[in-house]
Design a binder for this molecule. Sequence first.
Ligand SMILES: Nc1ncnc2c1ncn2[C@@H]1O[C@H](COP(=O)(O)OP(=O)(O)OP(=O)(O)O)[C@@H](O)[C@H]1O
Length: 251
Amino acid sequence: MSTILTTENLSLFYGKKQALKGVNMSFDEKGITALIGPSGCGKSTFLRCLNRMNDLIPNVTITGEVNFNQSNIYAPTTDTVKLRKEIGMVFQQPNPFPFSIYENVVYGLRLAGVRDKETLDAAVEKSLKQAAIWDEVKDRLHVNALALSGGQQQRVCIARVLAVEPDIILLDEATSALDPISSHTIEMTLLNLRHDYTIITVTHNMQQASRISDRTAFFLNGELIEVNETKQIFMNPVKQETNDYISGRFG
Ligand SMILES: Nc1ncnc2c1ncn2[C@@H]1O[C@H](COP(=O)(O)OP(=O)(O)OP(=O)(O)O)[C@@H](O)[C@H]1O
């Protein structure tokens, strides 16, 4: 299996406060990695570093490297719009644009200048099928996406990311605002997508991490404490802190 993404000595400061401390981590192509750890340990901060979403926050200083396909995404020449297509992101709160389902899905393609209706139609069908929502919406593609349920909106957001054919999908607590049935549907969707995409997901839900992820990384106070196959992390962690966390001693 080949490595798609690595972080090297990655640190991040919000003003003077250090939120990430020299994180070294590598991600193989395909499969799901879950990032777990107590509130405030830096999981979301780390995730946002992977496609430069922290650039949008004032007073942030980042040191170290994030290498994607062998080049550092923090190089001044990086095209961040292109980067965020290659490394797409799904957020905690479903955030469809106030347009039709169809226009949400083709948004990135239109921005990239795609105009051909057949190409756009095909992308809509393919992405909505991949996001496991095609059957529910195929007869109302021109309805406003905001009219859908939260779980459906989140799957439209996943389809919007998929439409631009990313290599990596980042999810920041993407099911935590949803009801259990919608969460389950998204989990099933991710389990199908893991064969074709590299998926990195922040979750507070340890059952979810153990159900869906291939690898799990445990963070504490801005440090990566341990990363390994999910079974190993939950059954036989190497570090005492990991053991304490997964056995519910803190967090
Ligand atoms: N925009 C920001 N400005 C200043 N400090 C921030 C900002 N975002 C996060 N932090 C701080 O950085 C630390 C790490 O936060 P982060 O949100 O990455 O943790 P987390 O593990 O994802 O937490 P949670 O599970 O609660 O979402 C926390 O102390 C947090 O207060």
